[in-house]
Design a protein around this ligand. Structure first.
Ligand code: FES
Length: 571
């Protein structure tokens, strides 16, 4: 158990007093001001449960969060606690420029300090959209106050002309059709109004859903909390139960440091592989592990993932949606199917160990095919791979489960784009004469250069798309959306902006991808590379503010892209 706070410390509203140099005065002042909000001793002698509320008009995925806050409060009150909801910032993938990843660490730092500085015996963190949950998990690991995670839940699917569809794998598929000239303006506008049918996070196994599932795998969410759709009765019941559980957790003093042990992260990697989940989760897990004092390496990720088949048939690796996953039993059924691979010892926020949860895991229903059996997987083990080589000495990742089998061993000439903006303006230029054999290279999109946007899934040039080309090898120091697909090598480390080999690639250089051998090579003579390096100059950093602080302190993707001064616990 953590030594950060003992049970003998002041609790409830009396903990973490404001510093006036007179503790009794601080207590008296606190109660006086709380009296102004209608609280009396019957309220103020209860355990306090903070509730982090990330609702925002800018975050459509969190649209129904106020209802969830109310539900959590109901659970806290039922169990004899005193709920205090408080707002933190909230970053929506689609409405944040240039990328939410630039703000994940800011939200993590903000949440940690809000939890640390305000009196609470436990906290329920309400997140959902891609970066909110990782940031909250990082904050939970650092603040080390008993924590229960709750998410908004995924969207339900919509339909267009009889076809079922949901954000955002279908967003990309239809956009590619539009770019290829196979859909007209009126049709893409119709699709646009059907893709996001309800409140909630993206309807496929993108980053938000992956991270929600990993909350359960890590043990920081009550079982069954990842899957229920936003707005469903089950989602509300889960929120109420989480509020109740938070009160008990405060008494038990079960902290994230008791739960986020190395075996919990190894289990999370196994679940990630079985989900066919988002490559972004690798970066987030490394960052969360770093906060918990554990160095999760890419080699460890590769080794663990290599032994786990893809079991979940959800887009983008498969064909279903999160509502199918939930109907099939969600994480409790998946973890039951993975029982032989999971380490049973880690404790969980519900009070049981993973092993105890698995003892009562529901049977996988033979009536469904969304969660496949171990002996009938959707795809063989190795759905996520780590690559190394002269183009990525510190590693890169590829989601094999969402790639084209015929491109996994490929050699081709590079076409280099200097930034995501350069891609946007030049990719369709016929003068580049790009062929399907080319390797599209994007640089200066890593953590230091650009906050690591989801720009790694470069579009297929429209003149090739019109001829039916659907996939090409793409290589970058960027990330890609968890909803994207293709033969896309991401997170090349070190990134170009700090002098990684990606900075030295020139148009026409030969690049070799060999996923079987886990290699990514730039086939250029050492002497030539040395000459290019001598001429290379690093890009200018942003001049001021958060972006300056971020660029000066962010670590590389293989280390989780956390800020270096936040990565270690301060106890
Ligand atoms: Fe919020 Fe996809 S945009 S989860």
């Amino acid at each position: 158990m953590s030594s950060k706070r003992s049970t003998k410390e002041p609790s409830g509203i009396d903990r973490d007093l404001t510093s006036y140099g007179d503790m009794e005065f601080s207590r008296y002042m606190r109660r006086a001001f709380l009296a102004s909000a209608g609280y009396d001793a019957a309220d103020l002698d209860r355990p306090v449960v903070g509730i982090v509320d990330t609702s925002s008009d800018y975050n459509t995925c969190h649209r129904q969060m106020p209802e969830l806050v109310t539900a959590v409060k109901r659970g806290v009150l039922q169990a004899g606690g005193l709920p205090f909801a408080f707002a933190s910032s909230s970053w929506n993938e689609i409405l944040t420029s240039p990328t939410t990843m630039l703000y994940r660490n800011l939200l993590a730092m903000e949440t940690e300090e809000l939890v640390r500085a305000q009196p609470m015996d436990a906290v329920v963190m309400l997140g959902g959209c891609d970066k909110t949950v990782p940031a909250q998990l990082m904050a939970a690991a650092s603040a080390d106050v008993p924590t229960v995670m709750v998410v908004t839940g995924p969207m339900r699917t919509g339909s267009w002309r009889g076809e079922r569809l949901g954000a955002c794998t279908d967003c990309r598929r239809y956009w590619a059709e539009f770019r290829a000239g196979r859909m007209d303006e009126a049709e893409i506008r119709e699709v646009e109004s059907s893709l996001c049918a309800t409140a909630g996070t993206c309807a496929v196994m993108g980053t938000a859903s992956t991270m929600a599932c990993l909350c359960e795998a890590l043990g920081l969410m009550l079982p069954g909390g990842a899957g229920p759709p936003a707005g469903s009765a089950e989602r509300l019941r889960h929120a109420v139960a989480s509020g109740r559980r938070a009160v008990a957790l405060a008494g038990e003093c079960l902290r994230p440091s008791d739960i986020l042990v190395p075996a919990a992260f190894r289990n999370a990697i196994r679940v990630l592989a079985a989900l066919g989940g988002s490559t972004n989760a690798i970066v987030h897990l490394a960052a969360i592990a770093g906060r918990a004092g554990y160095r999760l390496t890419l080699d460890e990720v590769d080794e663990i993932a290599a032994g786990v088949p893809v079991l979940v048939d959800c887009k983008p690796a498969g064909s279903g949606y999160l509502e199918d996953f939930d109907r099939a039993g969600g994480m409790p059924v998946l973890m039951g199917e993975l029982e032989q691979l999971l380490e049973p010892e880690p404790r969980t926020v519900g009070g049981k160990t993973i092993g105890e949860i698995l003892e009562s895991a529901p049977e996988r229903g033979a009536w469904q095919q969304t969660i496949r059996a171990m002996n009938d997987p959707l795809a063989a083990a190795g759905g996520l791979r780590v690559l190394r080589g002269s183009l990525a000495p510190d590693g890169a990742v590829i989601k094999v489960a969402a790639a084209s089998a015929d491109l996994l061993a490929h050699r081709g000439p590079a076409v280099v784009f200097e930034s995501p903006e350069h891609v946007a303006t030049a990719i369709d230029d016929p003068q580049l004469a790009i062929t399907p054999e080319h390797v599209l290279v994007l640089r200066n999109a890593g953590p230091v250069a650009a906050g690591m946007p989801e720009a790694g899934a470069l579009p297929i040039p429209s003149y090739l798309a019109a001829k039916g080309v659907k996939d090409m090898v793409r290589v970058s120091d960027a990330r890609m959306s968890g909803t994207a697909y293709g033969t896309i090598v991401l997170h090349c480390a070190p990134e170009a902006a700090v002098g990684g080999p990606l900075a030295l690639v020139k148009d026409g250089d030969t690049i070799e991808l060999d996923v079987g051998k886990r290699r990514l090579e730039l086939l250029v003579e050492d002497g030539e590379l040395a000459a290019r390096r001598a001429e290379w100059t690093p890009p200018e950093l942003p001049k001021r503010g958060w972006r300056r602080l971020y660029a000066e302190h962010v670590m590389q993707a293989n280390e989780g892209a956390d800020l270096d001064f936040l990565a270690e616990r301060d106890d």
